[in-house]
Ligand binder design. Structure first.
Ligand SMILES: NC(=O)c1ccc[n+]([C@@H]2O[C@H](COP(=O)([O-])OP(=O)(O)OC[C@H]3O[C@@H](n4cnc5c(N)ncnc54)[C@H](OP(=O)(O)O)[C@@H]3O)[C@@H](O)[C@H]2O)c1
Length: 269
């Protein structure tokens, strides 16, 4: 039985900007209720206003909290339990990266990526299971970076490889419980992601040659929701990203390694 997000109650992490805000806007016209979370209360209010403009009868709950911490996740879960909101769809979208080598990294930023991209996603998924109505859905936002070991984004790419593997296993575990799990692996998408990933004195990334991979957030989200409706375990939105993922999956490691070394030497991420 495939999950259809029509008339659903959906929770979205990282809903204050980028892909999370776009998930909220695309679900708003037909959803019953949305639960939006992120750390910035004002940005959440602004996304709420955009969603209400699309559907004035939509029920919208907000919770400003840091889900990378036990306290923040506790606050989120308590807020849900004390509300009337019962999710059909849980979107683990919040995530962050760090541009630069491991040797030169701020250990706090290395840890922040693991706490948010891995720990928060796993623990919130676990906590969502007794709350999810059936049939239900879980969308985990991974990355095209999950298909490659990426020098100068090593922890980020490894954290997203975790998300993809975790999601594929979960899709099998939860199918008998009528919960569809879809993992979304976007390529480079224009959001605030680069701004957060850039280091204080760090240079911007050289994105030369990546134009064929870049699609707008609206297309990433519409392809993600289409994949969820179709019951697909994994989707690489955009033709370029989908072709690149196939290539990276099939490229032998002995050919991949010199290519990665060459790109790293050129300073291209
Ligand atoms: N853009 C890309 O090129 C790209 C490519 C592949 C995958 N992705 C993935 O797409 C997802 C969404 O990223 P985006 O591109 O939309 O970037 P974004 O615009 O920077 O959005 C990140 C979201 O995560 C929230 N967030 C960050 N740290 C948080 C924390 N500790 N607690 C709670 N919320 C937190 C942010 O809200 P607050 O700041 O308000 O907390 C924001 O809403 C991420 O998982 C990212 O890895 C992005």
């Amino acid at each position: 039985m495939n999950f259809h997000p029509h008339h659903c109650c959906a929770l979205i992490t990282g809903a204050s900007s980028g892909l999370g805000a776009e998930f909220a806007r695309q679900l708003a016209p037909t959803a019953q209720a949305l639960f939006l979370t992120g750390r910035r209360a004002e940005a959440l209010e602004s996304v709420k206003a955009q969603c209400l403009a699309l559907n004035p009868s939509l029920n919208i709950h907000l919770c400003a909290c840091d889900i990378a911490t036990d306290e923040g996740r506790g606050l989120l879960l308590e807020t849900i339990r004390h509300s009337t909101f019962r999710p059909h769809l849980w979107i683990n979208n919040a995530g962050m990266g760090d541009y630069g080598t491991v040797a030169t990294a701020d250990p706090a930023k290395l840890r922040a990526q693991i706490d948010l991209n891995i720990t928060a996603l796993v623990l919130l998924t676990h906590a969502s299971l007794p709350l999810l109505q059936r049939p239900g859905g879980i969308v985990n936002v991974s990355s095209l970076a999950s298909t490659l070991p990426l020098p100068a984004m090593a922890v980020y790419a490894a954290s997203k490889a975790f998300v993809t593997s975790f999601s594929e296993a979960l899709a099998v575990e939860l199918a008998p419980a009528h919960i569809t799990v879809t993992c979304v692996c976007p390529g480079p998408t224009p959001t605030s992601f680069s701004q957060t990933a850039r280091r204080p004195q760090g240079e911007d990334t050289d994105r030369g040659g990546q134009d064929f991979l870049r699609i707008p957030p609206a297309q990433v989200v519409s392809e993600a929701l289409a994949a969820l409706r179709a019951g697909r375990a994994c989707v690489y939105p955009g033709v370029g990203v989908s072709l690149a993922a196939r290539l990276f999956h099939h490229l032998p490691r002995f050919l991949l390694r010199p290519l990665l070394r060459q790109r790293f030497a050129k300073g291209t991420i």
